[in-house]
Design a protein. Structure first.
Length: 242
C-alpha cells in the first residue's frame, strides 16, 4: 500500500523441491536487483549441482554436513558474492542487499538456508512455529535486554537488519535440517507479512483456509488491511501423500 515498486523476489521450482523468498533493500531499483540476483543465483547453482556431488566452488566443502546442506550454504554464499561484486562495480547499485530464506525438500528432509529477517514458519498439529531466527536489531535487543511486549511494539528501529546478502564479500548463513511430516504446512515470507500480521493471526488464517493459493491471498490481503507498509511475498507448501 505504501511502496512504489516491489523489491521482493521469489521462486518455486516444484520439480526440484526448491522454494525461495528474498526481500531486497537499497532504494531506487537496486533492492530488486539484489533480490533477483539472489534468487537467480541460488536456482542456477542448484540446477548446476543436480548431478555433481562435489561442486561447491569457490567455497570449500564442509565434510561435517551432508551434501545438500553444503549445496545450500554454497548457493547462498555465491549469491552474496555476486550481489556484493555488482554493488562494487555499478554506482547505481551501491549499498544494495537482500534477505533470503531458501528451502530444499530432498530425501524426506527439508534443508533450510537463511540470512536476514525473511522467515520460515511451520504449522504442525495445529501449532505455528517460526523455524528461522531474525537477523535484526530488534531480535538482538530482545535476546540481550529481554524486552517486554510493549517495548517490542514501541521499538523505533524494527526494520534494521544486522545480516544480509551483499553487505560484505562473505556472509554467515544459518542452515538447519527439518524432518517434514504428512500434513505439515511451511510458509516462507518477507517481513511485509510478518511485520504487519502477528503470528497468532497468521495461525488463525491458516486454520481457516485449506486452499494454498487462497491462503496466500488472504495473508497478503490481511497485511495490506493492517497497513501494508512494505512489499508482501508469501509462499505456502503443504506436505501431502504422493
Amino acid at each position: 500500500m505504501k511502496r512504489t515498486h516491489n523489491e521482493d523476489n521469489f521462486s518455486i521450482i516444484e520439480e526440484s523441491g526448491l522454494y525461495i523468498v528474498a526481500d531486497g533493500m537499497g532504494g531506487h531499483a537496486s533492492g530488486e536487483v539484489a533480490s533477483r540476483l539472489a534468487v537467480e543465483t541460488i536456482v542456477g547453482f542448484f540446477k548446476a549441482t543436480q548431478d555433481d556431488q562435489q561442486l561447491t566452488w569457490p567455497f570449500k566443502m564442509d565434510h561435517g554436513h551432508r551434501f545438500d546442506v553444503n549445496r545450500m550454504v554454497t548457493a547462498i554464499k555465491l549469491a552474496n558474492l555476486k550481489i556484493h561484486e555488482q554493488a562494487q562495480k555499478d554506482p547505481r547499485c551501491h549499498g544494495m542487499g537482500t534477505t533470503v530464506v531458501s528451502t530444499l525438500f530432498v530425501d524426506r528432509a527439508l534443508v533450510v538456508g537463511h540470512v536476514g529477517d525473511s522467515r520460515l514458519y511451520r504449522r504442525r498439529d495445529g501449532v505455528l512455529k517460526q523455524l528461522t531466527e531474525d537477523h535484526s536489531l530488534l531480535n538482538d535487543y530482545i535476546k540481550m535486554k529481554n524486552l517486554s511486549p510493549d517495548e517490542i511494539a514501541a521499538f523505533p528501529h524494527k526494520n534494521v537488519i544486522v545480516r544480509a546478502l551483499g553487505m560484505k564479500d562473505t556472509v554467515q548463513v544459518d542452515v538447519h535440517v527439518d524432518a517434514p511430516a504428512l500434513g505439515d504446512l511451511y510458509l516462507l515470507c518477507s517481513d511485509g507479512l510478518s511485520g504487519m500480521v502477528k503470528d497468532d493471526e497468521i495461525e488463525s488464517i491458516i486454520l481457516g483456509e485449506n486452499d494454498l493459493d487462497a491462503l496466500c491471498e488472504r495473508l497478503i490481503t490481511t497485511a495490506n488491511q493492517n497497513g501494508g507498509l512494505d512489499n508482501i511475498t508469501v509462499v505456502a507448501i503443504r506436505v501431502e501423500d504422493a
